[in-house]
Design a binder for this molecule. Sequence first.
Ligand SMILES: Cc1cc2nc3c(=O)[nH]c(=O)nc-3n(C[C@H](O)[C@H](O)[C@H](O)COP(=O)(O)OP(=O)(O)OC[C@H]3O[C@@H](n4cnc5c(N)ncnc54)[C@H](O)[C@@H]3O)c2cc1C
Length: 571
Amino acid sequence: MKTYETDVLVIGGGGAATASTIAAHDAGARTMMAVKGRFGVPGVRGAGATSNPKADFWTIRTVGPKGGWFNPPDETWQDMCQIGLGTADAGLCRIFVDEVSDAIKRLRSMGMRFQSKMLATMPATKESKGTNNIVQIQKAVIEGTKTEVIEYANVTDILVDDGRCMGAVGVTDFGEPFVVRAGAVVLATGGVGQLFQYSFNPPGNTGDGYAMALRAGAELFNMEFMQQGIATTWPTQAMVMLYEMPEPYKMFNRQGKDFVKDYLPEGVSVVEVSNLKAWHWPVSCRDASIHLDRAIHGEAVAGRGTDNDAIFLDLSGARRGFQPEVFEEYMTSVGIDLGRDLLQIQVHHHTSNGGVRIDHDAQSRVVGLFACGESAGWQGADRLGGTMLGGSQVFGWRAGTKAAAVAKDRPQRDLRPDELDHALLGTFRRAQESRGTTRPGELLKPLQREMWKRLLVERDAEQLAAARACVEQQRDRLASDLCIAEPFDLALFYEQRNLLDVADAIIAAATMRTESRGSHYRSDYPVRDDENWMTNLFISRDERGLNLRKQWVNQDVGFTDVGKIRIMPWG
Ligand SMILES: Cc1cc2nc3c(=O)[nH]c(=O)nc-3n(C[C@H](O)[C@H](O)[C@H](O)COP(=O)(O)OP(=O)(O)OC[C@H]3O[C@@H](n4cnc5c(N)ncnc54)[C@H](O)[C@@H]3O)c2cc1C
């Protein structure tokens, strides 16, 4: 079996991975990256959300001195706590606010060009195929270091000995197992968008970091919170920027019915939800605008959408917002004239707000195991736009720097055969020898459909139980009827296993939280309940299964409910 050795292993090829690799290298460590698919090639498996060509512009939220061009620090921090409705980690948000300007400066010094100082926006261009180019810029820096990059490398588990991370194991797309012995490991594996039929995340974002961290003994946090946004489902997928539209939105189901009002609670109007959505699309669901998402999603689930699972949106005559020309050009190139044609839109998973519980150095509770970017949990029930790309840089940098220090005093010893068996070879052999009929890839679409229907926009006890039953049924099929017909099936088998593990964690947290808060909307508990639920939910795992721990938010720090958010949350 191929065995590698390094100080710091970074898993992933998105913006968090590139930032932490550079930081670890600068701190004097030997560095290695393991990337699923290709590294830094937009739009392919392995590209990650950072390089996914779906947006017409990208934003990093800037923070700077009060009175200048930037978002003022204290207000930004308070707004991050506000929008998280008490569940964002106030300490980590403070670090973001204090360090995002340095992260932007570092990107500039590497050659990044931003369009606006105020928002650090990166307009996507035809040349960049709709992606920002953070990864391209940092990849060029990494190429100037001695970092070894292994591509087509699917890391499957973390090696742990006595609460300390020793490296990782995995399998290549060609079915070859490998081991990386490392003094520290950084999970930069992105989110779990691929759990849902409609998502902005590219293939490969299957929540591997969350699942591996759980199995390694780390905790997850805030897994029930995910942002969602609206995009076209036909003839291609593209994010639809809904702000600056004439309100109320003109939306119809396949029978031409204007349906939104059917989903609104008493006293809430179509104009109100449209205005709210326009104000903070796509990244916040904290207010009545969630009902617009419920309406769009609900019509499709009820079979009143188009053949493409969509509802119609009339954008003709709309005064569109920032950078509209990229979206318009993109639509024109696929034959859609916004002045004439109706768009077919649906709610998509956008980002996962929770993730691996980290400390201020981005380290999990397993010594030497770090997480950053969308793998890490620090955001709350909702999040401010522009904080994910910036956060990937801030915590990526912190993770890489500390990982380099931790790696220096790693224990020097060879892995025992039983450790390798436990971590990889056991499941690997069982999978290879299985003689069933179900190829792992066949399970993906049915799982995505069920999870999009039951887990993303709106939840209730019945839907959650059905989601859990689907996960259990798929788990049984993987265990009893698996067929590995070609080497790549092995990688898909591990991905499916991870998707099921993460689905379990999300379902467990969403079931336990019997209230609605931000992006977590329970139709059987539609009201926010601070008396019982001003808490975070931490998830860990032992041989008996998942353990959920409810921890009260420290209300002295960060969150005081003033209701309003001052800073525009979109982006
Ligand atoms: C269309 C779109 C627009 C967005 N716009 C904004 C914005 O304007 N502002 C903002 O702040 N945020 C935005 N976001 C969110 C933000 O882009 C992501 O949260 C962020 O890029 C995540 O970076 P990351 O490095 O953590 O993960 P990713 O970029 O997703 O990278 C994860 C990497 O890990 C690899 N990987 C996964 N599992 C494994 C494994 N087992 N082994 C090896 N490699 C693995 C993947 O292949 C990938 O290379 C947007 C997201 C999308 C999709």
